[in-house]
Design a protein around this ligand. Structure first.
Ligand SMILES: Nc1nc2c(c(=O)[nH]1)N[C@H]1C(S)=C(S)[C@@H](COP(=O)(O)O)O[C@H]1N2
Ligand SMILES: [Mo]
Length: 216
């Protein structure tokens, strides 16, 4: 009797532990759970999502205007971008349409290094990105300055294809992917927030996938 009662209690406790993943090391099954944000599913391919215009800018014609409230406004050419410090990053993509893709290898210039070059003034709070297809998206300066954010020209060791935003796109992996502007044309440092294309159409202003900040 006594043993049976304890068994029952232990069984209940154990199944509760199983539910919450107690005793898992963090090297085995926990990371899968911790890595995929709520409501997302994993894909192995890389879907293409945009407004339907694919700008075709050759690297030698590409410009990146870096303007607004900065000490050293500039317009980068392809050579400027390639002469800036080059960094590799690996990150996961989380799209608001519920697909996620793990372990994307990016090469480019980190937003940290860009910030070091242009020096935003102390009153800057937000960044507005404009693309060659007319797309815009806004970020808080702190999100733009994420150590994982990169102005990318390559993916998996190859130049970005046009459909994925080549020659140059932004990648801000800790936010839903609509914040990662393809065909990047301009970065404006601002002292106020200016909501972008999707942000004025009901998408969340911040876009944290872990908080499911999909819509406003
Ligand atoms: N210039 C531009 N950037 C854009 C978009 C766009 O329409 N134009 N779409 C955004 C959205 S909604 C997503 S999910 C990703 C898709 O990037 P991908 O096509 O490389 O997967 O790009 C983002 N950046
Ligand atoms: Mo998206």
């Amino acid at each position: 009797m006594r043993i049976a009662a304890e068994d029952t209690k232990l069984t209940k406790t154990k199944s509760r532990w199983a539910e919450v993943g107690k005793f898992l090391t963090g090297q085995t099954s926990r990371p899968e759970d911790d890595r995929l944000p709520p409501g997302q599913h994993l894909v192995k391919n890389w879907p293409v999502l945009d407004l339907g215009q694919t700008p075709n800018i050759a690297p030698q014609n590409w410009r990146l205007d870096i303007t607004g409230a900065v000490e050293f406004p500039t317009s980068w050419t392809w050579n400027d971008l390639m002469s800036a410090p080059q960094t590799s990053k690996v990150s996961d993509i989380h799209c608001v349409t519920t697909w996620s893709r793990y372990d994307n290898h990016w090469d480019g210039v980190t937003t940290h290094d860009l910030l070091d070059a242009v020096r935003p003034l102390p009153e800057v709070t937000h960044v507005l990105l404009t693309s060659n297809d007319g797309y815009t998206t806004n970020l808080a300066l702190a999100d733009f300055a994420s150590p994982e954010a990169i102005i990318a020209h390559s993916w998996e060791g190859e130049r970005l294809t046009l459909e994925h935003g080549g020659p140059v796109r932004l990648v801000v992996p800790h936010l839903y992917f609509w914040k990662s502007a393809k065909w990047l044309r301009k970065i404006e440092f601002a002292t106020a927030d200016h909501p972008g294309f999707w942000e004025v159409r009901g998408y969340h202003n911040h876009a944290d996938p872990w908080l499911e900040e999909r819509y406003s």
